[in-house]
Design a protein around this ligand. Structure first.
Ligand code: ARG
Length: 475
């Protein structure tokens, strides 16, 4: 017998007394059906929101004269006690109550009797569950946005501290052009900024009160929907009761925002795993975020980053599961929709943990300036800058590109860099070249030469740092 069932037995409650809808059915549910249909094990984490929503609903019922003031007082008192009981771990979650809504209602009725039986007036679990989930999600998004900001902050701090290191930038994982480490770090801050905005935007569609939609058609009772929305701090009301109970777009949007954030973290993780490898050696991940090997004594593995990368798959799965579950559902509510919470909670927990871990790792990552500098001559990072120098000498870019391409081959054959070629060789390739050409060469000089907003140089880094300082102060 489960702990919950045991609790029920102790209370001497028969199952057919337990379910509010039991009178319609001729026999008790098969035990397997009871276990199969329950969502209490998942949705119990909504309890706070279920209770807040119920108190607001009951307050409105009393204000509209649908229940007596005294009954509201009892309901509020009873629900508050239940909330305290749950928080203290003293509440028996009986899965035979199906879900958190029925568990709390049953407990309330047991506690306060007849007044408790009036709580569900003008309400269905269909609008109730949507309400609870929206209330939960509003809070969850606020937390996630904070977590994103903490990670952004870590990136900005590192960009300020270690950002002036010149490092190779890559395309196709081949050395491309030099960039400042700070510029590289702040690229991740940009992604996260869009994630933040995406969550905030999604929240506008979460912040709509569905209560009053009832099962699907609203109610013939004079419910004051506006009042409930006001008490709960919703920005608006759902306009259509059918849509009100069958809409899970807000969940899909939330899961997409989680998936995209997860993808960004996965890319950061992949990059840092690579940059921390012996082959690169650009960064050192703090030991606190590494593990050893059970067999190879020398190993220091970036497992936390690998897990961040791996968990992204889970987030995609959450989104796909929800979209697939919703596809083809007839209007309005169907029990399939109960599966939404599993995905939503799982994604929220996953992304929150990943954000937290990523922030800690970023905070403790050290760039190896010497190692990076020692390798800067490799890969002709200044080739594009040389072509642009020639453009400055009135050579059409396509020709400049070819001239530099040939010089790269020449330098490669001679085992040197572009800056290592004598002036005479450079002038042989193009007679417009002058002695000042060397100021355009080497990675350090190239970075100094970046001229436009958004480019990978010093001036732009300072501008970005100022922008982020300002951004991260805002709530
Ligand atoms: N536990 C259900 C869910 O999460 C609540 C709604 C049940 N509604 C119903 N008509 N059976 O979706």
């Amino acid at each position: 017998m489960t702990v919950a069932a045991e609790g029920l037995r102790r209370r001497g409650t028969k199952m057919n007394e337990q379910k509010s809808w039991q009178s319609r059915l001729t026999q008790d549910q098969d035990e397997r059906a009871v276990a199969f249909v329950e969502s209490l094990s998942v949705d119990r984490r909504l309890y706070k929101y279920d209770i807040v929503g119920s108190i607001a609903h009951a307050q409105m019922l009393s204000e509209e004269g649908l229940i007596r003031r005294e009954e509201f007082r009892q309901i509020k008192q009873g629900l508050t006690e239940i909330s305290e009981q749950i928080e203290a771990g003293r509440f028996v979650f009986d899965t035979r109550c199906e879900d958190i809504h029925m568990a709390i209602e049953a407990a309330l009725i047991e506690k306060i009797g007849p007044a408790g039986q009036k709580l569900h007036t003008g309400r269905s679990r269909n609008d109730q569950v949507s309400l609870d989930l929206r209330l939960w999600m509003r809070d969850c998004i606020a937390t996630l946005i904070e977590r994103i900001m903490v990670l952004q902050e870590a990136l900005v701090q590192q960009a300020a501290k270690q950002g002036r290191i010149v490092m190779p930038g890559y395309t196709h994982l081949q050395r491309a052009q030099p960039v400042l480490a700070g510029h590289y770090l702040l690229a991740f801050a940009e992604m996260l900024q869009r994630d933040r905005q995406r969550f905030a935007d999604a929240c506008r569609r979460v912040d709509v009160c569905p209560l009053g939609s009832g099962a699907l058609a609203g109610s013939s009772l004079p419910l004051n929907r506006q009042r409930v929305a006001e008490i709960l701090g919703f920005a608006s009301l759902t306009r259509n009761s059918i849509d009100g109970v069958s809409d899970r777009d807000f969940c899909a949007e939330f899961l997409f925002a989680c998936a995209l954030t997860g993808m960004h973290l996965s890319r950061l993780a992949e990059d840092w795993i690579l940059l921390a490898s012996q082959e690169f050696g650009f960064v050192a991940i703090d030991d606190a975020y590494c593990t050893g090997s059970s067999m190879m004594p020398q190993k220091r593995n970036p497992d936390m980053l690998e897990l961040i990368r791996g968990k992204c798959g889970q987030l995609y799965g959450n989104l796909m599961a929800l979209l697939t579950m919703l596809k083809g559902l007839p209007l309005a509510y169907n029990r399939d929709m109960q599966e939404d919470k599993k995905q939503v909670f799982d994604a929220a927990d996953t992304i929150e943990a990943c954000l937290e871990m990523a922030a800690a790792i970023v905070q403790h990552t050290v760039f190896d300036a010497e190692r990076i500098a020692a390798g800067l001559d490799a890969g002709f990072l200044d080739a594009t800058a040389l072509a642009e120098y020639l453009v400055g000498k009135a050579i059409p870019f396509r020709q400049a590109h070819q001239i530099v391409g040939r010089l790269v081959r020449q330098a490669e054959a001679a085992g040197t860099t572009l800056a290592g070629l004598p002036l005479a060789e450079l002038q042989k390739a193009c007679d417009k070249v002058e002695g000042g050409v060397y100021d355009a060469l080497t990675a350090a000089n190239v970075v100094r030469g970046y001229a436009i907003p958004g480019a990978a140089g010093e001036k732009q880094l300072e501008e970005q740092l100022a922008f982020w300082k300002d951004q991260l102060q805002q709530p």
